[in-house]
Design a protein around this ligand. Structure first.
Ligand code: HEC
Length: 118
């Protein structure tokens, strides 16, 4: 017997229902970004990413590849929240004190370039 409740629970478990609920608000978003990245400035994000030399350290660990950190099969980031958290962690490790808005800009840039979360 598949009751509506069971189906609902499965949807919630898979995060699908949340995704569906988020749809109406996303439809209003001009840039179609996950809500975590709404309002982010991708151009600034790329600028910070370049200025802070994020890719150099990653490449050192990834046999010279500047993208492998984000595309490796066992990558750590699986959703926008984790992307924000990891970005913050690496920024902190760099001893850089950025505003949350700036961290968001960088994360949104990485999302646009590599992760493509919707
Ligand atoms: C000093 C070295 C270093 C620098 C500089 C650095 N990172 Fe990282 N970063 C790492 C390492 C090491 C990992 C992998 C950590 C792990 O696997 O647990 C990582 C992982 C990440 C990930 C997660 C990748 C995944 O697995 O999906 C993101 C996102 C990230 N870094 C963003 C940044 C950003 C943005 C900057 C620049 C502000 C930056 N990093 C600068 C060392 C660095």
């Amino acid at each position: 017997m598949t009751s509506t409740m069971q189906r609902m629970r499965r949807l919630v478990g898979s995060g699908m229902l949340l995704g569906l609920l988020a749809l109406p608000s996303m439809a209003h978003a001009a840039d179609g970004l996950p809500h975590e990245f709404q309002g982010a400035n991708l151009v600034k994000g790329q600028q910070y990413y370049t200025d802070l030399k994020c890719a150099a350290c990653h490449a050192e660990r990834m046999m010279g590849s500047t993208s492998a950190m984000y595309t490796r099969p066992d990558r750590k980031v699986h959703n926008p929240k984790q992307l924000l958290a990891f970005t913050q962690m690496c920024v902190t490790q760099l001893n850089h004190d950025l505003f949350p808005e700036e961290v968001k800009d960088i994360a949104a840039y990485l999302n646009q370039t590599y992760y493509k979360f919707k």
